[in-house]
Ligand binder design. Sequence first.
Ligand SMILES: NC(=O)c1ccc[n+]([C@@H]2O[C@H](COP(=O)([O-])OP(=O)(O)OC[C@H]3O[C@@H](n4cnc5c(N)ncnc54)[C@H](O)[C@@H]3O)[C@@H](O)[C@H]2O)c1
Length: 267
Amino acid sequence: MVMMVFNELHERTAIVTGAAQGIGRITAETLAAHGMCVVLADLNEARGRQIEAKITSTGGQARFVPVDVGTSDGCKHMVDAALEHFGGLYALVNNARWHPHEMLVDVTEEDWDRSQDVLLKSHFLACKYSIPHMIAGGGGSIVGISSGHATQSSADEGPYEAAKAAIPGLMRNVAVGYGPDGIRANSILPGGIMTDVKHEAAASDPDPEADAWQARQNPVRRRGEAQDVANAVLFLVSDLAGFVSGASLVVDGGMSIELPGSVASRL
Ligand SMILES: NC(=O)c1ccc[n+]([C@@H]2O[C@H](COP(=O)([O-])OP(=O)(O)OC[C@H]3O[C@@H](n4cnc5c(N)ncnc54)[C@H](O)[C@@H]3O)[C@@H](O)[C@H]2O)c1
């Protein structure tokens, strides 16, 4: 039997938020490489246009739209752009992030509200505007990028962790509410992922010992890469995941399931 994996994605449209860099960029490039028409939604116009040019120069289909996903207008605009430029919408990958790194009592109310708008309300708004069009087109797949911080904590990440913990719950609600209409919704919980920005920072200030220590933090014994998360998105968006809905997929090399004593024995 010849397997035609991912052929169904060809010419289907995906929105990826936060697509100008990091996990969002690699996800957008991966979906485009598998034939999807990708709307790159990001605040960073300079980087976003570069990614659009990179994808289109290699024969892919991409359209950058400058939007603030923390606003209703921004989310509506990116959905309208998908319909206008590519004639439909099949997949939505909510990935953008902004949040302060401060102990909870030092977080301003303004930063709390802004972080929740970008990290969480954007998922609600993007779903609200996307789902009716996905249903009209025969179905769709929504992926919420959560984090290992949904279930584990570090001291100065309060707003981030509150939002990331809420995303799997919201995706389960979408899975149950719109499953009968052909919509699947899942979340991904990445842990410790190297991105272009982190690679650039590491290259300008190399620390091989710290890199090796980081790699020993999980049983797979290497740093996670943006491509690892993009591969999980590709699976969830594809028909291979046709019976996967409401799931929370952990992509962390097993870091979160290993007991501290087991990790300590090799550090
Ligand atoms: N990198 C990791 O180790 C890691 C681990 C777990 C989860 N995650 C999650 O993966 C996702 C991507 O992480 P990353 O490290 O690639 O992020 P990043 O910070 O490198 O990139 C975030 C992108 O979001 C865009 N953005 C910020 N605010 C926006 C707004 N209001 N509207 C539109 N775009 C906006 C930025 O311009 C940027 O391009 C995030 O949701 C993050 O929480 C990352």
